[in-house]
Design a protein around this ligand. Structure first.
Ligand code: G3H
Ligand code: 13P
Ligand code: NA
Ligand code: ZN
Length: 328
C-alpha cells in the first residue's frame, strides 16, 4: 500500500530502525527492490531523480509504481522525488502520484551556485505548503553535500564546483538546521557530513576527519523529533569493485560509507538512507559477468535477470543491516 514518507519515518523512529531509499530508473530495478522487500518483510522507499523521470518518462514511471504497489499489496511503499530543484519539479511529481518530494534548495536552480539560507528556506517552505495541502511529505536539505578530503561540493549531476568550498560549508551547521526545520516544517532533513554522490567518495577507509558522523549526533541532540536523511550512503563494497574489474571494468580503488557508520547514524536519528551507486554496481557486475562468460548471448533477459538478482541481494543486505526487515 502507498504511504507517505512521514508515516513511514514516524514508524521507523518509534521502532528505532532506518529505511534505505533506493533509486529507480526502470522495471528491473523496481522488481528487484520489491522482491527484496517481500523476502525480508520490509517497507520500502523508492525514489526517482529528475534524470530518472526524463529517462523512463513520468507516465511510464507512474504506471510502473502502480504495478509494483498492486503486485505487493502488503508492502508499505513510499514513492519519493530525489533532489527536486524547484517548485514545478516537486508539483509535477505530486501530479504523477509521488507521496513524498525532496526540495533540494542547497544550490540555486542553476545547479552551480550554493544558495543562501533565505533562498533555501523560502523555496522549501513554499514546497512544504503545497505538498502538505496534498498530503505529501517533504524532505529538505541544509548544507552542501561534498568531500571534506578535496573541498569539492556537488552539483545535481555529481560533478564538482570549480571553486573550493570551506570545510564549514560542507558540514551542516546545527544552529542552521534547527532554524531551517522551524522555518520550513519539513518532514525529513538531509544533512551534510562529508559524503558525496557516486563511487568515489573517499580515497581511504573513512575516519572522523572525512566522515563527520558527530555532526549527525549533534543535530539529533538538538532536533530529537526530526527524521534525518543521509545522502551519498552507498558503501561501494570491495567485492563489487572486484567483480566489475574482473570482468573487464575499470574502477579505480575507492571507499564508500561503511555500513557500521550508517548503523551509528540510525542510533542517532537517521531514518532515510539514500543508496543508488551500490545497486548500479551490483547490476553492472552481474551483466559484465554474463557478457564475459557468454559472449555469444544476446537475449537481454539472460543478463537482466542476474542483474536483478544481484540487486535484490544487495537490497536484502541493507534491509537487514538497517533493521528495516520485519517492519512491513
Ligand atoms: O542523487 C543522485 C542519485 O544517485 C541519482 O542519480 O541523477 O544520475 O539519476 P541521477
Ligand atoms: P550514492 O551515490 O552513494 O548511492 O547516493 C545516492 C543518493 O544520495 C541519491 O540521492
Ligand atoms: Na531524496
Ligand atoms: Zn542524494
Amino acid at each position: 500500500a502507498r504511504v507517505t514518507l512521514r508515516q513511514l519515518l514516524d514508524h521507523a523512529a518509534e521502532y528505532g530502525y532506518g529505511v534505505p531509499a533506493y533509486n529507480i530508473n526502470n522495471m528491473e530495478q523496481g522488481l528487484a527492490i520489491m522482491a527484496a522487500a517481500q523476502k525480508t518483510s520490509s517497507p520500502v522507499i523508492i525514489q526517482a531523480s529528475r534524470g530518472a523521470r526524463a529517462y523512463a518518462n513520468d507516465l511510464i514511471l507512474a504506471k510502473l509504481i502502480d504495478g509494483l504497489a498492486e503486485l505487493y499489496p502488503d508492502i508499505p511503499l513510499v514513492m519519493h522525488l530525489d533532489h527536486g530543484n524547484s517548485e514545478p519539479t516537486c508539483m509535477t511529481a505530486i501530479q504523477y502520484g509521488f507521496t513524498s518530494v525532496m526540495m533540494d534548495g542547497s544550490l540555486k536552480a542553476d545547479g552551480k551556485t550554493p544558495a543562501d539560507y533565505d533562498y533555501n528556506a523560502g523555496v522549501t517552505k513554499r514546497v512544504c505548503d503545497f505538498s502538505h495541502w496534498a498530503g505529501v511529505s517533504v524532505e529538505g536539505e541544509i548544507g552542501v553535500l561534498g568531500s571534506l578530503e578535496t573541498g569539492e561540493g556537488e552539483k545535481e549531476d555529481g560533478h564538482g564546483f570549480e571553486g573550493k568550498l570551506d570545510h564549514d560549508q560542507l558540514l551542516t551547521d546545527p544552529d542552521q538546521a534547527v532554524q531551517f526545520v522551524k522555518d520550513t516544517q519539513v518532514d525529513a532533513l538531509a544533512v551534510a557530513m562529508g559524503t558525496s554522490h557516486g563511487a568515489y567518495k573517499f580515497t581511504r577507509k573513512p575516519d572522523g576527519e572525512v566522515l563527520a558522523m558527530n555532526v549527525i549526533e549533534e543535530i539529533h541532540r538538538r532536533l530529537p523529533d526530526t527524521h534525518l536523511v543521509m545522502h551519498g550512503s552507498s558503501s561501494v563494497p570491495e567485492d563489487l569493485q572486484e567483480i566489475i574489474n574482473k570482468y573487464g571494468g575499470e574502477m579505480k580503488p575507492t571507499w564508500g560509507v561503511p555500513v557500521e557508520e550508517i548503523q551509528r547514524g540510525i542510533k542517532h536519528g537517521v531514518r532515510k538512507v539514500n543508496i543508488d551507486t551500490d545497486n548500479r554496481m551490483a547490476m553492472t557486475g552481474a551483466i559484465r559477468k554474463v557478457f564475459a562468460e557468454n559472449p555469444s548471448e544476446f537475449d537481454p533477459r539472460k543478463y537482466l535477470k542476474p542483474a536483478m538478482e544481484a540487486m535484490t541481494k544487495l537490497c536484502i543486505e541493507r534491509f537487514e543491516a538497517f533493521g528495516t526487515a520485519g517492519h512491513a
